[in-house]
Design a protein around this ligand. Structure first.
Ligand code: AHR
Length: 321
């Protein structure tokens, strides 16, 4: 065999071994096909998250996005992931509706050599090699931030708290509760007297708050809602009950959507903790890096703030979701 051909052959074999051993993939020519499975449209946050991902994809000529809406059902997300695998997409990304139950389908993606990116929510798997990176907020910290704000606001006064949790089994419902309780354990004067899921939706938030008020009435001093939408629903229930939200019942929630700022300006909500849904640019930067053979950080954390009522009016004009 010609000497040059031999050298080229050796280089190709070494490169193939490198990609096989490191799991890196050679840079791809043409469009990168990304399959994204979204949870649904349960909240203003989720709608903004979808918009961020879809808008960013259209700005990038090298990306083809296959988007699927699971309408809040894990089985629909699993179906979508299986269909992405069958279509041999280059990358799968998804925001898991609940934490558990993903291992089988993620193993199928791994066997098909399709890297998986988790956006916004974590999964609970025994094998961490089933996904390449998890990008999104520090959700436990969001719960801590809400509690720290409350501790400071209450200045040692005792209070009975009702809690509206997110979707049962979802990472933000579990982690926000954990973070909130972690801070409250050093403040026995602040007691959670009722805690129930409001499924991250405005209508369920309203319904559960009505039930809380029926059971506890004026005994309730504070509402902690795992998202703004549930807080906004609860505000309607509090007003219908004849109390003043933001005054008779202090309200702290999470997300920092525009509706929360409007409620703060009206004096009906006291504080919102930011959870940014604007993950589109980060997601496609990560996809590009992955396709260029780079290794991603296992955890990409989003920077976020806390917005009390006092800054609502000056901050609202700059809010984009
Ligand atoms: O996972 C993020 C959470 O999901 C947001 O706080 C909530 O509004 C959404 O539905």
């Amino acid at each position: 065999m010609n000497k040059h051909l031999k050298v080229i052959g050796i280089i190709i074999v070494i490169a193939m071994l490198f990609f096989a051993i490191t799991g890196c993939q050679p840079a791809k020519k043409g469009k990168i096909v990304v399959g994204f499975s979204q949870i649904g449209a349960e909240s203003a946050w989720r709608v903004a998250n979808t918009e961020s991902i879809q808008k960013e994809a259209t700005k990038r000529p090298n990306i083809e996005l296959k988007f699927s809406d699971a309408q809040q059902r894990q089985e629909n997300q699993i179906k979508a992931l299986r269909s992405f695998i069958a279509q041999k997409v280059d990358v799968i990304a998804f925001s898991p509706v609940v934490e558990s139950g993903w291992e089988p389908v993620l193993k199928e993606a791994k066997a098909a050599e399709i890297p998986v990116i988790l956006t916004d929510r974590a999964v609970d798997t025994n094998d961490d090699s089933l996904w390449v990176t998890f990008m999104g907020s520090d959700i436990v910290e969001e719960g801590r931030r809400a509690a720290r704000w409350l501790v400071e606001y209450m200045k040692g006064q005792p209070a009975n708290i009702v809690e509206l949790q997110g979707t049962v089994g979802s990472a933000p419902a579990i982690d926000r509760k954990t973070g909130f309780e972690e801070i409250l354990k050093d403040h026995p004067e602040l007691k959670v007297i009722k805690s129930q899921t409001g499924e991250f939706t405005r209508s369920k938030g309203k319904e559960v708050m009505e039930a809380f008020l029926k059971a506890e009435g004026k005994n309730i001093n504070v509402l902690f809602a795992h998202n703004d939408d549930m807080a906004l629903g609860a505000i309607q229930a509090i007003e219908a009950y004849g109390l003043n939200p933001g005054k008779d019942i202090i309200i702290v929630s999470i997300d920092a959507v525009r509706g929360a700022f409007e409620a703060m300006i009206e004096g009906k909500l006291n504080c919102t903790v930011e959870c940014s849904p604007l993950l589109g640019p980060q997601l496609f930067d990560a996809v590009d890096a992955l396709m260029a053979g780079k290794t991603l950080e296992r955890r990409i954390v989003t920077e976020e703030g806390v917005f009390p009522q006092e800054v609502a009016a000056e901050t609202l004009p700059s809010r984009t979701y």
